[in-house]
Design a protein around this ligand. Structure first.
Ligand SMILES: [Ca+2]
Length: 690
């Protein structure tokens, strides 16, 4: 039998227990007789809400719905009964904006030197979340966003279908599996219009296609969608070939760049640039239905500033010369600004950066063969596991040649231009909401999908950079390269460390630099910045929050048992019924009580586990400790779990495992229980996605 225990996922949980977890982790302050029981009675001053819109939202929290549209499932046990008549006004719209591979410190409000006036304005009438977290990579985060629960449960145990021994296992389908809920479906069923434009990355087969059909956004509750199906485009300017299957609109393959299509001859717009185009599409979708009075959920799934580094003018030229001082100077300036802004405490000790050279494992007879025994989270040299992967060289600025400095600075200029263009487009979205009178009735949230991307451009970055420093290659960097098959321009590990400042590790890793995102939330009607939220929060909490904003109750009807006659395992244990399917319930926690000032304190008071690519973390129930496992050579050569005191050292600079072995052992045991609870399976060879 699967072990029933604490979890952030749901497998093995009874619904009653789950409800308890969800409802007792925050201290609620309203004295309504319908208020859920509170574990702690901490007297707190209610935060002043800036506007009537926010007050209306509080009403929605208490009431669960407006009186316009029936809930997907109402009146269920554990749902607070209405205490006041529901407000008759229209429910809030939800605009959710996701950047792709944007680092923690890139935007101005989080310390970046890149001009992001529109996001900064959102902060000025919203709220910063400094401790918001994602999965380590795109598809994993997106699966948790849509489903509201752990990625192993819903088909993205790793990003895409694995090519290793886990291929075919439940939870490793590589697309949203049949046990997934969808926040878009729930919202649509509750009377919302549901739109998305941008990256999907949760399945590519359209309805009726031969293999893995029905995986596109239209099949998961999006009424209108223009989607890049995969993890990245080869060109932000599209130029798809006739018959390509990389994009869909409303569930049908489209080929931007072909005649009559966006970016193609006679098509509109004349130029397809991903960020600009997705903005225009969302505005088009919103406007098409704005007269009918229904609220909307709009998912702006931008693919910027993900590689390839490309951006049109004026952004392409705007940062010329801005990064000539090099990685360390730019990073230090960002950290200083983070401290001045209060994003970091004054005494914060930042991660110092990766070594210039990481050594491969000492040669063993089996390394690289099927007989290799790779060090993993549970087996090290003491168990006979000694193999691990290659090392890398990542030069500091002082070690670069003149040509390398020239192109490295140029890469970051282009990246910065992409981020400013992204901010410009967010400004267009916000302005459009103001123009059509919907801004004050819209809940807005912005974040990135994972940490900054440090993937090297090639196996030999020096040769790659030196070649790019010569003309005509240099002057073409960042421009539309049409149909040319050229390397996908990236900015490399050192600039990614700048983006991830002040944290350790990058996209693909469980260090704070891989999973921490800048995050901004603005409530409907909010006009003044509210105090920064420092509680640990997670992308699955977004899902619960959106549903709370919309007043949609979570499905709670327990799925019928489906016990395997041989193993005795109930495949439906912990699942709920929705629209006739047995699905994993949302396990994220609504942040709305914190955002409205109805509650303060921690959102999560149970251990939080995670795993992908064999890399692992376990955050203790009290939020103080983080056990972190990274394969060598990026992690310890002996394969031990590191332990960090997050209250003193979120920069993960000092491994305190040796002095706290008992604490660490308990956390590792909790991590094993987490893995069991979500059906996670470690790969025989831990390594990243490249
Ligand atoms: Ca990403």
């Amino acid at each position: 039998m699967r072990k029933c225990c604490f979890v952030n996922g749901a497998r093995g949980h009874s619904i009653a227990a789950l409800s308890t977890v969800v409802t007792t982790t925050m201290t609620l302050h309203h004295a309504s007789p319908s208020a859920r029981p509170s574990r702690r009675a901490v007297p707190v001053t209610r935060l002043a809400l800036a506007a009537a819109g926010a007050a209306a939202l509080v009403g929605l929290v208490a009431c669960g719905s407006d009186n316009n549209t029936p809930l997907a499932s109402g009146g269920t046990p554990g749902t607070p009964a209405p205490t006041t008549p529901a407000p008759a006004q229209k429910r809030p719209n939800i605009l959710y904006i996701m950047a792709d591979d944007l680092g923690y410190s890139d935007i101005g409000a989080f310390g970046g030197e890149i001009a992001t006036p529109n996001l900064d304005a959102l902060v000025a009438s919203g709220r910063i979340l400094t401790n918001h977290h994602t999965g380590t990579v795109c598809a994993i985060t997106r699966s948790m966003l849509i489903s509201g629960t752990d990625h192993h449960l819903v088909g993205e145990g790793t990003m895409g279908a694995p090519n290793d021994e886990r291929k075919g296992l439940p939870g490793y389908e590589g697309y949203l599996n049949d046990s997934s809920l969808s926040v878009a479906q729930l919202l649509r069923d509750a009377g919302y219009h549901t739109y998305m434009a941008g990256k999907w990355h949760l399945g590519s087969g359209i309805a009726g296609s031969a293999a893995s059909s029905g995986k596109t956004p239209d099949q998961w509750g999006f009424e209108r969608s223009y989607a890049l199906l995969g993890g990245a485009a080869s060109n932000h300017f599209a130029h798809e070939s006739a018959g390509s299957k990389n994009y869909t609109e409303d569930g049908q393959y489209v080929q931007p760049g072909q005649p009559g299509q966006p970016g193609g001859a006679g098509g509109s717009p004349a130029v397809f640039y991903s960020t600009d185009f997705y903005t225009q599409k969302l505005i088009q979708y919103i406007d098409a239905n704005k007269a009918d009075g229904k609220p909307f959920f709009a998912y702006a799934a931008y693919t910027s500033p993900h590689w390839p580094l490309q951006v049109p003018e004026p952004w392409l030229s705007k940062y010329k010369g801005r990064y000539d001082a090099g990685y360390e100077a730019i990073r230090a300036a960002r950290i200083a600004r983070q401290k001045a802004l209060g994003i970091l405490p004054a005494g914060f000790d930042p991660y110092a950066g990766a070594p210039e050279a990481l050594a491969a494992s000492p040669a063993s007879a089996n390394n690289g063969t099927a007989g290799a025994k790779y060090i993993n989270a549970l087996n090290g040299p003491a168990q006979g596991y000694t193999d691990y992967g290659p090392g890398y060289v990542n030069k500091t600025w002082a070690s670069l040649s003149a040509d390398e400095r020239k192109v490295q600075a140029r890469y970051m200029e282009i990246y910065a231009g992409m981020v400013e263009n992204l901010d410009h487009n967010i400004g267009l979205l916000v302005q459009h909401l103001k123009d059509i009178g919907e801004y004050d009735n819209t809940f807005i949230m912005f974040q990135s999908d994972n940490g900054a991307e440090g993937w090297p451009n090639s196996a030999d970055p020096t040769a790659y950079d030196t070649a790019n420093a010569q003309e005509p290659a240099f002057s073409a960097l960042g421009k539309d390269n049409g149909l040319q098959a050229v390397p996908k321009l990236q900015y490399g590990l050192r600039w990614a460390e700048v983006s991830a400042a002040p944290f350790r590790q990058l996209k693909g890793y469980m260090g704070e630099g891989g999973i921490s995102t800048p995050a901004v939330v603005r409530l409907p009607g909010q006009t003044a910045q509210q105090p920064t939220l420092d509680a640990f929060t997670h992308v699955t909490d977004n899902t619960a929050t959106f549903l709370a904003v919309a007043g949609v109750a979570l499905p709670t009807q327990a799925a019928p048992a489906a016990v395997d006659s041989v193993t005795g395992i109930d495949a439906n244990r912990g699942k709920v019924v929705y629209n006739g399917r047995n699905v994993w319930p949302v396990t994220g926690h609504s942040l709305l009580p914190l955002l409205t000032g109805e509650a303060t304190g921690e959102v999560r008071t149970t251990p939080f586990g995670e795993e992908s690519y064999g890399r692992a973390q376990l955050r203790s129930a009290d939020g103080r400790w983080k056990a972190l496992w990274t394969e060598p050579p990026s992690g310890p050569a002996d394969g031990h779990w590191e332990l960090f005191d997050l209250r003193a050292d979120r920069g993960e600079t000092t491994d305190v495992s040796a002095a706290n072995q008992t604490i660490l052992d308990a956390l590792i045991a909790q991590w094993k229980a987490y893995m069991t609870s979500v059906g996670g399976v470690e790969p025989a060879r831990p390594r990243g996605y490249y």
